[in-house]
Design a protein around this ligand. Structure first.
Ligand code: NI
Length: 392
């Protein structure tokens, strides 16, 4: 049996699970009920289940093939966001202030569908398929924490995962090689000036003015320190300083992020930012420090894995479903897996204005065309089967 023959059969099954998870969102590292639900459903299929009982969230399911061989992991992230849902459909979030606004409800449903298909095709599986239901993707640290659980990551030879994507029309899938999602880092800037009277600025060092100058000067990092052929985003997302109308504040703090694709350029980016931050402050008689924290590396698809994924999409869904899509600037913690094991991260089209699926990820009206998810399940399942067959 081929997984393409199971797409119709599991369409409602996958859709129903997506809606169930949508209605019951849990935040990062609190996916306790979600984990229990997933474990129960996988056990009902006869899948070997290992729950991370220490943390109570996250689990690995293992499907053993009819023949022995290598092991491949299919991954779904399982956390929701602290967003108040504004959708009105009957499976909207039951929990105030929490919502599956990124689409991880769809990822769980896709992987459950793939599990159903794989258990129906065990005779074709030459090795083991690990179903990795990973917590806390939104923190950026979910993957590195989960990789340590039960040594599962040491036992696998390849990985495959994906993200439902609102900019891609429903039904299309993109699996190109190379960088697909950006590296994401957090920057914090602390400015130290000298507090004073609002009427006597000459006796103070105004941290608000210094912070403002730093924000403006940072705009030249992208435009003047980075090649026009490279991609860097630098965003300052918050500024905090002062509390009174007639006091010049002596301190300011700013938070922001940078996004980029080329890890070899990272030191150059950070040094450019640090130079502008420190020297702009000095020009005003203040001091400033930059605190730089890496969140996730770039998500880079292995060439051989992408080539196989393209064949699998064409073979399972037809040539017209294989789409080309430009890489995107958000980060994804699947990058941590791809740093250590070969694999591919797919974009799964879910855009369909007819069902309201045209609001961006993390928007309070985000939703997806979930009628196409079982086709994605078939691609996940078939990728696992083919990879094991071709990599003995
Ligand atoms: Ni996401």
């Amino acid at each position: 049996m081929h997984s393409r023959d199971l797409i119709e059969q599991y369409k409602t099954y996958v859709q129903d699970w997506r809606r169930y998870f949508h209605k019951h969102p849990e935040l990062s590292n609190e996916e306790f009920e979600t984990t229990k639900t997933l474990a129960k459903e996988l056990e009902s299929m006869g899948v070997e289940v290992h729950v991370d009982t220490e943390r109570g969230t996250g689990l690995i399911g293992i499907i053993h093939g009819a023949k022995s061989g290598k092991a491949i992991a299919l991954r779904a992230d399982i956390d929701a966001l602290p967003v108040q849902e504004h959708n009105t459909f009957d499976f909207k979030s039951d929990v105030d202030g929490k919502m599956h606004a990124c689409g991880h409800d769809g990822h769980m449903a896709i992987l459950l569908g793939a599990a159903k298909m794989l258990t129906a095709m065990k005779d074709r599986i030459e090795g083991d398929v690990y179903l990795a239901f990973q917590p806390a993707e939104e923190t950026g640290a979910g993957a590195p924490d989960f990789m340590k659980f039960d040594n599962w990551f040491e036992k696998i030879d390849a990985v495959f995962g994906g993200h439902v994507w609102i900019d891609l029309p429903a039904g299309l899938i993109s699996v190109e090689e190379g960088p697909r999602m950006a590296a994401s880092s957090k920057i914090t800037i602390r400015v130290k000036g000298k507090q004073g009277h609002g009427a006597q600025p000459h006796q103070a060092i105004d941290a608000v003015v210094v912070a403002s100058a730093i924000v403006m000067n940072l705009q030249t990092v992208v435009s003047r320190n980075v090649s026009a052929l490279d991609s860097l985003v630098l965003t300052i997302g918050n500024i905090h300083s002062g509390s009174e109308w007639n006091v010049i504040p002596g301190e300011a703090q700013m938070g922001g992020t940078i996004r980029f694709f080329d890890p070899a350029q990272e030191d150059h980016y950070v040094e450019s930012i640090r130079r502008v931050v420190e020297h702009t402050a000095l020009a005003y008689g203040a001091t400033a420090e930059l605190i730089y924290e890496k969140k996730v590396p770039p998500t880079i698809n292995d060439a051989a894995a992408s080539e196989l994924a393209e064949r699998v999409v064409i073979d399972t869904l037809g040539k017209e479903k294989l789409s080309k899509m430009r890489k995107v600037m958000p980060g994804e913690d699947f990058a941590w897996y791809l740093q250590e094991k070969p694999g591919c991260f797919a974009f799964i089209g879910i855009q369909n204005p007819e069902v309201g699926a045209n609001f961006d990820h993390h928007n309070n009206r985000f939703t997806m065309d979930d009628s196409v998810l079982s086709a994605a399940s078939a691609v996940y399942a078939e990728y696992a089967v083919q990879w094991l067959k071709e990599n003995k």
